[in-house]
Design a protein around this ligand. Structure first.
Ligand code: SF4
Length: 257
């Protein structure tokens, strides 16, 4: 919960800032100006107020979903609106408070995963896509696995072979992407109903935002050799995330609609 509080706290501060700015503009200009400007101001303020109301609903939806561990179906659209619209501002507010970006991104992934896990419904294995980052591949490996996973000989030098075997066994799609473009292409081609994504906090965050409203369970990779090369991931976490969607694990009760 501590991790989630950071993103939720910054989201609340962001909303307060917007509300404060709105009140300031209203109090400063409404009394002073008359005529056409006043009408334009009223129209602009109404639009911004409506957006703020949806954002407020989205925030309430996120908090209720986390507290109750349930999907608040009728608030899903406001939640998606709030998350995608305010994320850059939340990062900016975090910067003002000198909070490291990766901490905010990590908190965002936690909140997202909680929202995804709160949903119910079960998927067929072929409706699920597992997206892995290219940096999981051993740096000196000469096999081109981004174009064809079958090129991996499962030599054991990295986890790609084991992850490929896991996805084959569970019957889910697997793609390795070198960046956002390849990941988007994979989503466009396979058209999954949900995604399990492995990446660093930054890539996970942008991927999750890119995919909205598609549910994405994010798993952060480990980076014992520094960023972007010879990274690792918990096979157990990947298997649990897949089984969350398709059933067969302890978390079989949580499924998606
Ligand atoms: S497991 Fe596959 S991807 Fe990893 S080093 Fe061996 S052949 Fe290359």
């Amino acid at each position: 919960m501590i991790k989630k509080r950071l993103y939720l706290g910054l989201l609340a501060v962001t909303m307060l800032l917007f509300a404060g700015a709105l009140a300031y503009v209203w109090l400063t200009f409404f009394q002073r100006d008359a005529g056409l400007f006043r009408y334009l101001l009223v129209i602009a303020m109404t639009v911004v107020l409506a957006c703020l109301a949806v954002i407020g609903l989205g925030f309430v939806g996120i908090v209720l979903s986390i507290i109750s561990d349930k999907n608040i179906v009728f608030l899903n659209k406001p939640i998606n609106f709030t998350v995608s619209l305010l994320y850059p501002v939340v990062l900016w507010v975090g910067k003002v408070f000198k909070i490291a970006q990766d901490k905010i991104q990590c908190s965002f992934v936690e909140v997202n995963n909680h929202l995804v896990r709160a949903k119910k419904g079960k998927l067929q294995p072929q409706q699920l896509l597992v997206l892995l980052p290219h940096c999981l591949q051993e740096r000196d490996c000469s096999h081109r696995i981004t174009s064809n996973m079958e090129n991996c000989t499962d030599c054991g030098a990295c986890q790609v072979g084991a992850l490929s075997a896991l996805c084959k066994r569970l019957g889910v799609h697997l793609r390795i992407a070198t960046g956002g473009t390849l990941a988007r292409e994979a989503v466009k081609t396979i058209r999954p109903c949900a995604i399990v994504a492995v990446a660093c906090e930054r890539d996970l965050t942008s991927g999750i935002l890119d995919c909205i409203p598609l549910p994405v369970l994010g798993i952060t990779n480990s980076r014992p050799n520094g960023p972007c090369h010879n990274t690792g991931v918990s096979l157990d976490a990947v298997e649990k995330a897949i089984k969350f969607y398709i059933g067969g694990g302890e978390t079989n009760v949580h499924v998606l609609t």
